[in-house]
Structure formats: C-alpha cells, structure tokens
Design a protein around this ligand. Sequence first.
Ligand SMILES: C[S@@+](CC[C@H](N)C(=O)[O-])C[C@H]1O[C@@H](n2cnc3c(N)ncnc32)[C@H](O)[C@@H]1O
Length: 483
Amino acid sequence: MMEFLERYRDIVDDWPAFLHFSRKPLKSGVWVNLLKTEQRVCERLLQEAGIDFEPLRWCRFGYRVSDPGAVVSSWFFLVGLCHVQDVISLVPVILLDPQPGESVLDLCAAPGNKTSFAAMLMKNSGRIVANDMDTHRLGTAMHLCARLGVVTAVFTKYNGASYPYSGMIGDAGFDRILVDAPCSGEGTTRKNPSGPGWCDKDFSLRMSRLQKALLERAVRLCKPGGRIVYSTCTYAPEENEEVVDHVLRVFDGLISVIDADLPGLVCSEGIDSWEGRSFDRQVRKCLRIWPHQNDTGGFFVAVLEKSGDREYPRGSEKDPALVRWKKDEVCSWMSFLEKRFEIDTTAFDAYQFYRGNKKRVHVIKAEKLGIPGFPVPLGIGMPFLKDQGAVPKLTTAASMYFGAMIRKNAVDLSREQLGAYFRREEVTLTKEQISLCDGRGYVLVRHRGVPCGLAMLKSRGSEIWYLESLFPAGWAKAYGQLN
Ligand SMILES: C[S@@+](CC[C@H](N)C(=O)[O-])C[C@H]1O[C@@H](n2cnc3c(N)ncnc32)[C@H](O)[C@@H]1O
C-alpha cells in the first residue's frame, strides 16, 4: 500500500515521519464564519457542544477539531456560523490574501470551500467569480455560499483553460486569481487510504498538461500587479514545480514566484530538478507541505505576481453574450417585506436583484466592479426569494442572512423547538411566542438571536397556533442527523 510514495523518498526531509503521518487518520478543521458571527461566539458554541478544538497557529479563524461530525450535525453549523474544512486547504487562500473591494477569480472553485473562505476574508465586499467545469459540484458551491451568507459571488461554468477574457469585471483583468487545480490527490492519503488512481505517472503527466493550460490562462486573466496562487494536494513534481516552471518560461519575466511565508506553518521549499530535468530556480520559493510537518494533508502552493509594467497581449475571442439574467428593478415584492417583517428596505439600496427566471430572484452586493452579461453566469449571488405565488417567499439563505433586519413576526425558538423545526415537524408555540406574531403568515425563526430560516404560522381552531417548518428538506439531510 502506498508504494507510489517511494518516488518521493529523496525529496522528503524525514521519510519515516512522512510515511507514518501519511497513514494516520486526519483531524479535520473548522473556520469561524465572520460574515455571520464572532469568533468568541463560535468558540463558546463549540465548547457548549462538548467539541474539543485547538486554534491553528497560522490562521486566526481556524481550529482543529476532535469531532467534525459533531460540528456538522450542530445547529450553528447548519445556519452557517462556521464551516468544516481540512485546515491545510486554507493555506492557498490565506496566501492569495484577497482584500475587500477586489475582483477575484477562483478558476477551479467547486465545491466552493476556498471561494467561501475567500469571500469571508474579503468581508463580503468586491466580486468573487467561482468557476468550475462541473455543474453538479458548482451547485454544491452555490449552496455552500448561500448557507454561509456570501453575497458577492458569481458562478460560471467554463473550461478554465479557455476562460473568456472579456466582460465580467471590465477588461483590466482580475486583482487575484486562485488556481486550485484538479490533480492526482496524492496528498490526501490520510482521508482516503485506498486512493484513486494514484501513482500512475501517466496520469500525472495528463494532469500536468491541463494544469499548465489553466495556470497559463490565469496569468493572462490577471491584471498587471495582480497575484495568482497555484495549488494542488499532490506531490508529483510534474503537477507542481513543472507547471510553475512552464508559465515562468512562457511569460518570460512577466511573472515571478514570490516568497510565501505563513508564520507558524512549517514547509519545505520547492525542488528545482526532477528526474534529470531542471526548473527555473524561482520554483524553490514554492511551498511543499508534507503531512508530518504540521499534522495535515499534503499540499503544494506557489504564489505568483504579474509584473505591473507590461501587459501580455490577450486573445480577442468573443463568445455570444447570452444574457440569461434580467435585473429586477421593479422589486414588486419589496412592499410585502416591509409590511410583514417591518424591514427597512432602504438597506437593500446596497444590493442588486436579478431574475434567473420568472419566479426566482437572486441578490448580490452592488459593487462598482459590476456584473456581467458575459461570461454568462450560471448563478448570481444568493437565491433571495420566490414570488410567483400570491405571497413572495424569502429563501432560507436570505432569511438567515438578512434576518437581522426583520423587526416583526420573528420568534426565538427553544433548542427542542429548533430541532423539530429542522426536522420539518410541526412546532407548537407558547402564548408568549404567539403574541410576537401578527396573525397567520411567514415568520422568521431564530435561536439565541441567530436567524435560522422561515416558517409559516398557522392555526387550528382559535386556540392552537403552530409553525409549519419551511426549512429545506435537503439541508438537514445533507448534514446528517441534527442534534
Ligand atoms: C481541487 S478541486 C477544487 C476544490 C475547490 N477549490 C474547493 O476548495 O472547494 C478541482 C476542481 O477543478 C475542476 N476542474 C477540472 N477541470 C477543470 C477545467 N478544465 N476548468 C475548470 N475547472 C476544472 C473540478 O471539477 C474540481 O471541482
């Protein structure tokens, strides 16, 4: 088992430790979603749930947790106060260092873990384009971003190697681009000991061709002075240093590898020769992260900067601009939100609303960076409401994210009531809870002040009032049995 690792014996600093850690089960991680909560609140919730956690030295919002299953089945995970992710996967995004207000492209984004973490670091300001080739995985990314309250993302489905140059964020290019490339995944042995088709050098060579094309495109899509991070979770130099070496040659002096240091994270430098081939010496600035160094999965990260003084000629291709999304300028549903929830809708001035079809409205933060007709988005921002029926209905994601603006028809449920709500059971209300509501209709459900979703207040006879849960069946199921 894992004989394929043998080829790396000479480049690993501590071979016995490497083998030992490559077989050891991996502890997962959690990051606090500062778009929805505060760090101390999340720490308190983890403590209350009896989940051991240990802060990461190199990421102040991240923890290693003893029992990720318990996190995933907690109410605070379900409503998006935190996310579970391998801790080492945070590194490329931290090194990308996306800033509020910037334009960021995540070229291979699905299922959206790094996109959502980047959007959080950007404080939901600016524009982040999440692209992937796989529709199903993109759907997962959209759902994840909605749960976590990301309102700055646009989702596109293109082959990253031929991602269109023009349109979305002006023609200047993106400030930062992440290429978290598809790879042979050799660094994931701790999660998946039987592995996919590892150790097939031909597979690595095939991946290498795609990775080179993706990174080349990223360089072209980046604005002068911008940053590109290339990452994989594999060891094969063909998929790592060789790819970086390739773009250094193609763009001859236009890009450089920069020092990427993350205090508290132990790494090895990239290798500048492999199986008789030499690479540009700059690749030594890349980071090789072996499992035993920080008790994580294996990873490779290169941070590139595009020089500001000359522009690489871009292609001139133009696809037909199919405009599928229409701006919803009338916002006929606004008065309903004002009336039922006493929302001060002037807060929506900071947002734009788009219709993907007649009945579905999506919301996205209005930014000077704009939104697209092209490349054609598969998804815009966060699903906001459905309004084809008599009464518009906010989505769960929107009621969670904008719930703090709701001043009427909101009830705080007890832990037991909340469990029933997530399981889509009928929730009987106390007299006091009923007194907070203004007759039958939509109600925002909260727990400890945190907006959790929508319900419909109904009555049987004149005495019995209850909530019919509108929590999406798939959400609770997707995250396991809630406790
Ligand atoms: C390592 S995964 C990305 C993980 C993601 N960044 C995250 O953190 O959740 C690589 C992704 O690349 C996508 N992919 C493969 N070939 C692609 C291509 N030619 N263009 C764009 N995406 C591609 C795969 O569908 C896969 O979702």
